[in-house]
Write a protein that binds this ligand. Structure first.
Ligand SMILES: CC(C)(COP(=O)(O)OP(=O)(O)OC[C@H]1O[C@@H](n2cnc3c(N)ncnc32)[C@H](O)[C@@H]1OP(=O)(O)O)[C@@H](O)C(=O)NCCC(=O)NCCS
Length: 152
C-alpha cells in the first residue's frame, strides 16, 4: 500500500471498524482481542479506541483504558499496519493517546510491552517512558512483559 502521511486521519473507532481491527491485529503475533471485546470497548466510557485511517484502509489503532478515581491511564494496545510502519504513525498514535489521557486529567500513562518487542520498546523509550518493572508470564504464550510509564 502506498501511504501518504498527510492523508492519515485519526478518529474514534466505530462498530463498522471491527472487521478491519481484527485484520490489523492478525498482522501482529500475540494475544488477540475478539470481535465481542472490541465491540464492548467501543461502547465503554472507560475505554477509548482510536483508529488511523488512510483512504479506505485502517492502518493503525490504539486502545486506552481509564479507571474511575485513578490518576493513571493504561495504553492497552497500539498497532500500526505492517505496510505503514516506520513512518511516524506509531509515535503519532502514542501522542494522541497521551493527549486523550491528559484530557481526562490523568497524570500518568502506563503500559505493558513484551520484553522481546524491540521496536515498541524503542518507541516508548524515545517518547520518555521508563521501566517500572517486569511481569513474568504476562502473555498467553508465557512471555514476560515490561511495565513502563511516563508522566503526562
Ligand atoms: C511498535 C509500532 C506501533 C511502531 O509503529 P511505527 O509507526 O513503525 O513507529 P514510528 O515510525 O512512529 O517510530 C517511532 C520510533 O519507534 C522506534 N521504532 C519503530 N520501529 C522500530 C524498529 N523496527 N526497530 C527499532 N526501533 C523502532 C524508533 O525509535 C522510532 O523513531 P525513529 O524512526 O525516529 O528512529 C509498530 O511496529 C507495530 O504496530 N508493531 C506491532 C504491534 C506492537 O508491537 N505494538 C506495541 C505493543 S505494546
Amino acid at each position: 500500500m502506498k501511504l501518504q502521511q498527510d492523508a492519515i486521519v485519526l478518529r474514534r473507532a466505530c462498530s463498522g471498524d471491527v472487521p478491519a481491527l481484527l485484520a490489523l491485529e492478525a498482522q501482529f503475533p500475540g494475544d488477540r482481542m475478539t470481535a465481542r471485546q472490541f465491540r464492548r470497548h467501543l461502547h465503554s466510557t472507560s475505554a477509548r479506541m482510536q483508529v488511523a485511517q488512510c483512504g479506505d484502509a485502517l492502518v493503525g489503532a490504539s486502545l486506552l483504558f481509564f479507571r474511575t478515581g485513578s490518576d493513571s491511564a493504561r495504553l492497552y494496545s497500539l498497532i500500526v499496519a505492517s505496510s505503514a510502519r516506520g513512518r511516524g504513525l506509531g509515535g503519532q498514535l502514542l501522542r494522541d493517546a497521551e493527549q486523550a489521557a491528559r484530557d481526562r486529567d490523568c497524570q500518568w500513562l502506563r503500559l505493558e510491552v513484551r520484553t522481546d518487542n524491540t521496536a515498541a520498546i524503542a518507541l516508548y523509550q524515545r517518547a520518555g517512558y521508563c521501566v517500572l518493572g517486569q511481569r513474568p508470564g504476562y502473555y498467553d504464550d508465557g512471555a514476560a512483559a515490561l511495565r513502563m510509564q511516563r508522566a503526562l
